[in-house]
Design a protein around this ligand. Structure first.
Ligand SMILES: C[C@](O)(CO)[C@H](O)COP(=O)(O)OP(=O)(O)OC[C@H]1O[C@@H](n2ccc(N)nc2=O)[C@H](O)[C@@H]1O
Ligand SMILES: Nc1ncnc2c1ncn2[C@@H]1O[C@H](COP(=O)(O)OP(=O)(O)OP(=O)(O)O)[C@@H](O)[C@H]1O
Length: 309
């Protein structure tokens, strides 16, 4: 049972009934194209997911509980209370309420969150955890909800949660909830880099002055050439707020990337490399230069290409 604060990953692996990966979300491009009357911004984003992320374990229990481990566990909210309550607990309570409203039982559960992703980092950590909680609890409780109903529940937790429920390459539109699969987006070898400066998503949207930007348009040529023509419109306001983004972007770019860009509202930047071996080598070099920062080589989901252009 996961009651109390565990820090040992091996106990985590031994004891949970089932696991879910909460993969890091990467906005390969993000164009802000307008703003709704309620303040939310309209965007178009090409999104993919890494093969690594947070890990969650779920076990039957006598009472609800949560425990944490992993490099970034100490930065997490531990309760469900308030606007910044833990999204895992919010997702658990929301799903339980939805099921109970239908007369379906949702018994107590012990959840363990291995927090491997930096917090408030633009790679969807909290949203990915919330989505993994919804997926994991449906498996543990042996229940199903229609995909549309699950997406609506997810959206009430955060704009990124519906895309994290899918965790596949996609184009997001609207405020991030209108999703179209991109089955042709290839698997990419990336290095993610974060200077461990947390960035507030609403704070970055507030600093955005130009909201009426050009849309992404249709795929033109190969993926890398196409992505190079695109942007992350949140990058200029994030760079003006967090000086370290300039530095981490230059450091990653100096490792021989095909493209370097910021994800989401930052501060995580990614570099695309021609091979996973090249990404791993770059990660080692970057860790040597800035051991206190976060660098991770990842493969993204998608078709494995014969050759990256
Ligand atoms: C930047 C992205 O990560 C790109 O994928 C998302 O747009 C943000 O997704 P998220 O962190 O799940 O966002 P939420 O938790 O729903 O929203 C946090 C805050 O960001 C702002 N926000 C978010 C999404 C959006 N399309 N427009 C916005 O203006 C709003 O001020 C909102 O109150
Ligand atoms: N399980 C969780 N993991 C990370 N952050 C969480 C979690 N639950 C709540 N939070 C809170 O959510 C806020 C945003 O954290 P998160 O890591 O999701 O940001 P992000 O990576 O910028 O997300 P996005 O890319 O979706 O904008 C933080 O203030 C954090 O305290």
């Amino acid at each position: 049972m996961f009651l109390g604060n565990l820090s040992s990953d091996s106990r985590f692996a031994d004891e949970a009934n089932l696991f879910e990966l909460a993969p890091a979300k990467i906005n390969l491009a993000l164009h802000v194209t307008g703003q709704r009357a309620d303040g939310y911004h309209l965007l178009e984003s090409i999104v993919t997911f890494a093969d690594t992320g947070d890990r969650l374990g779920f076990s039957d229990a006598d009472a609800d509980g949560i425990s944490f481990s992993g490099r970034f566990a100490s930065l997490l909210p531990t309760s469900v209370e308030g606007k910044h309550g833990n999204l895992v607990l919010k997702a658990r309570d929301l799903l339980r309420k939805a099921l109970q409203d239908k007369g379906v039982s949702a018994p107590p559960v012990a959840i363990h969150l291995e927090k491997n992703l930096p917090v408030a980092a633009g790679i969807g950590g909290g949203s990915a955890d919330a989505a993994a909680t919804l997926r994991g609890l449906m498996r543990l409780w042996n229940v199903g909800l229609p995909a549309e109903e699950l997406a609506v529940l997810g959206l009430s937790l955060g704009a990124d949660v519906p895309m994290c429920l899918k965790s596949e390459p996609l184009m997001a539109r609207g405020i991030g909830e209108e999703l179209t699969a991109l089955p042709d987006l290839p698997s990419l070898s990336l290095v993610l880099g974060n200077p461990l400066v947390g960035v507030s998503t609403p704070g970055i949207f507030r600093r955005l002055t130009q909201k009426d930007n050009s849309p992404i348009g249709a795929l033109d040529g190969d993926w890398i050439s196409f992505l190079k023509m695109l942007r992350n419109d949140l990058e200029p306001p994030a760079r003006s707020l967090v000086r370290e983004i300039d530095q981490i972007s230059s450091l990653i770019g100096a490792e021989g990337t095909m493209l370097t860009r910021m994800s989401g509202s930052g501060a995580t930047c990614f570099g695309i490399f021609p091979s996973f071996e090249a990404a791993e080598k770059a990660m080692e070099n970057l860790n040597g230069q800035k051991p206190e920062w976060y660098f991770q080589a990842v493969r993204t989901v998608g078709q494995v290409p014969e050759r990256i252009q």
